[in-house]
Design a protein around this ligand. Sequence first.
Ligand SMILES: [Zn+2]
Length: 132
Amino acid sequence: MLYCEKCRMMAENGRCDSCKGKGPLRQPLDNDPVLLAKTDQVSAAMLEGILQDEGVPFLKEGRMGAGMTTWAGGMLEEYSFYVPYGVLNQAAELAKVVFDGAPDPLAEDALEDEDMEELEELTEQEEEDMPF
Ligand SMILES: [Zn+2]
């Protein structure tokens, strides 16, 4: 897989989807920063903790910058995580824990679950009313 210097992303199929092939592509070096994930502040904090625990070096960049974060409230911030190409696979495995893992039991998701069940019931009723 080739590396897009402009976007700091891996370009699949020989073309960078992010800049539509405008950036220069080359073979990645072990210390090239590669975009691992873009995420909100909550997931960013989790990911940061996991990467630190595992000793994976990374760069974290906020989209809006520090001053803007304070003004807009941290929850609106989006963070981009970059890791050296050499540890990309390892970092991607760790990131799965954050993005595919179980929901945080401390989060207020009990209410959301109820909403989901209601939604499912509504959907089922609608299906029964279908004439066919
Ligand atoms: Zn690109």
